[in-house]
Ligand binder design. Sequence first.
Ligand code: GCU
Length: 334
Amino acid sequence: MDRSIINKLLVLSAGVFVLGGCTVDQEPKEIIRIGHNQSGNHPTHLGMEKFEEYIEDELGEKYDVQIYPNELLGTQTNMVQLTQTGAIEITVASNSILETFNPKFEIFNLPYLFESEEDYHNVMNDSSITDELFLGTEGSGFVTKAWLDAGTRNFYLRDTVVETPEDLAGKKVRVQQSPTNVRMMELLGGSATPMGFGEVYTSIQAGIIDGAENNELALTENGHGDVVNYYSYTQHQMIPDEVIVSTIFLDNLSEEEKIIFDKGFKLMQEVQHESWGEKVSEAIDTIQTKQGVEFNYPDVSIFREAVLPLHEETLARQPELRNIYKIIEEKNKK
Ligand code: GCU
């Protein structure tokens, strides 16, 4: 683990100890640390604030919820590792990177898995589909207690309008650190450059990469729209963010507390989803009018055709995903 993160956690723990030592007869509060990689203005952060408010209203005598945005506790990969060891209690991690911790998550990383955002929401909100994955990863040291909207991913490059996969040829495009994303870029003919979210802005600015792919909020909240000129609606992935919770933390909760926390996660998800649409509409305006980025709407079917082999490749490697894949296909058709 990164030394600087260990140091941060030691300082955090020391702080807790000192506060706890203030009075002799008062039990120190238990700190619940939530790490995420978005800004303090992002729908995800707003969802976390709602969670904090609710938990502290209900159980404030015992718990102190602390939210660490902007990769303060490390990259998502670092934070997942810290959640596994119980060093932090809750992390927001893209479904993309979770596949490196548990291969079942690969299913939601497949490009063009969903026909529309409506289908995506219908599947993600159907616990008969998601429970097995979300609650079945205790062996990995965490379970998923909520899913957060992360919209639709599209390409954005500094100097290139992406109209067809050929436009990606020879372009260095940042992808999330997951084998599925690397393979997707290979099939599209681009050069995949996996890196953490926090490094993307400076890498585009310095010309280390030609661009990246993400939802609209990456351009506004993370400033990527200041360093690219084109945003191309290839709509290649709808990848949820998962709110993962350390099993070490969950196992220590009483039954009553578990019920309260579950309600808190539900509220967090609701607030995040509610604010998503509004923030994206605002972003679409800002990107074009203030950041001067040009939008284009390529024929999506060419991109879909190019990456479709990835579905069969994944299912052949992981036949146990066939069932959920079939259910999603059926839902898409409705
Ligand atoms: C989105 C997503 C994040 C993810 C990021 C990325 O912003 O919400 O969870 O880390 O994309 O591309 O890395």
